[in-house]
Write a protein that binds this ligand. Structure first.
Ligand code: NAD
Ligand code: MLT
Length: 312
């Protein structure tokens, strides 16, 4: 059984996969479109990160594919419904990058609160600017939209910083919210009360532009936004307008509606925006974990053993 890895995966994970009897592995730099279709000829499994887009059109042209593994959490680059219709399983690597992505969120929150990237850039240019005044996080209200794996860890770390944590998630119970120390409220209440709003939901039809014009109308003046989940959750035009009017006091973005967003993207260039190029999951630790989880998952699936994280 041949497994195509169209991504850069941690070698320890790949070694796990190569260890299965009867499994052959081909690793390539991420490809898309016709190139991906051609490479999938004769493959029983495909493993990707976010670069390769596994569309319905691509799935339509493949034969013999049984499973797609996503070395991460968000699988919006895979048409999981179209895969299900063809009897192809889609597996993710749950939990593997949770702590890493939560830590990146916290890092961006500190960077935004204290203008650390701007200060660093100025100092590199020889400018010793002590007018870059920030704000304390202690006592501020953090609104968490999406209280799954990452949202819960962000909440835990924020409580350690003595922030007040409120949140919205249509799935989790009041009991679970109490367990993680979060005051579970309706969506609008969270948006109205948050000093800083952080997003940790998948991008779905119902979460697309979850933060848009309306959110900026009802939020506190100067509310800060963090997005380490997916670009599609934020209406970028509405965010730009809110930053320019002052309704939004600043934004920290790891993800964009279109990636890469382009060097002249108005949000990337904006003085009130701190941004990183989709690095949320990019630590050695997380890549070791997701690589191993997804390779074991795919190997187990193909050899009839137990696996986790099937999403379709
Ligand atoms: P998860 O599945 O554990 O949690 C997602 C939570 O969102 C769930 O609790 C779910 O109930 C909730 N949710 C669903 N619809 C909602 C809605 N309308 N409003 C509020 N909450 C809603 O996933 P996770 O591991 O916590 O990851 C969250 C997202 O972060 C992923 O979907 C992925 O897109 C993104 N992510 C990004 C990076 C990165 O590199 N920046 C890394 C990992 C994950
Ligand atoms: C994810 O959803 O897990 C992330 O986007 C991680 C990644 O692929 O880098």
């Amino acid at each position: 059984m041949k497994v195509l890895i169209s991504a850069k995966l941690n070698p320890d994970g790949v070694a796990v996969l190569r260890g299965y009897k009867g499994i052959e592995v081909e690793e390539i730099a991420p490809v898309n479109g016709d190139e991906l279709v051609a490479k999938l000829e004769g493959c029983a499994a495909l493993i990707v990160r976010s670069e390769s887009k596994v569309t319905a059109d691509i799935l339509e042209q493949t034969r013999g594919l049984r499973v797609i593994g996503r070395a991460g959490t968000g699988y919006d680059n895979i048409d999981a419904k179209a895969a299900a219709a063809k009897g192809i399983a889609v597996l993710i690597a749950p939990g593997g990058n949770t702590v890493t992505t939560a830590e990146h969120t916290l890092g961006l929150m500190f960077a935004m609160a204290r203008h650390i990237p701007q200060a660093n850039e100025k100092l590199h240019k020889g400018e010793f600017d002590r007018k870059l005044v920030g704000f304390e996080l202690t006592g501020k209200t953090l609104g968490v939209l999406g209280l799954g794996n990452i949202g819960a860890v962000v909440a835990d770390r924020a409580l350690g910083l003595k922030m007040k944590v409120i949140g919205y998630d249509p799935v989790i119970s009041q009991e679970r919210a109490r367990e993680i120390g979060v005051d579970l409220l309706p969506l609008d209440e969270v948006i109205k009360r948050a000093d800083i709003l952080t997003l940790h939901t998948p991008v779905l039809p119902e979460t697309r532009h979850l933060v848009g014009k309306r959110a900026f109308e009802i939020c506190k003046p100067g509310m800060r936004l963090i997005n380490c989940a997916r670009g599609g959750l934020v209406d970028e035009a509405a965010l730009l307008e809110a930053l320019n009017s002052g309704k939004c006091g600043g934004a920290a973005l790891d993800v964009f509606e279109k990636e890469p967003p382009g060097a002249d993207h108005p949000l990337v260039m904006h003085p009130k925006v701190v941004c990183t190029p989709h690095l949320g999951a990019s630590t050695i630790d997380a890549q070791e974990k997701v690589g191993e989880i997804i390779c074991r998952n795919v190997g187990n699936f193909l050899t009839g053993k137990d696996y986790v994280g099937r999403v379709n």
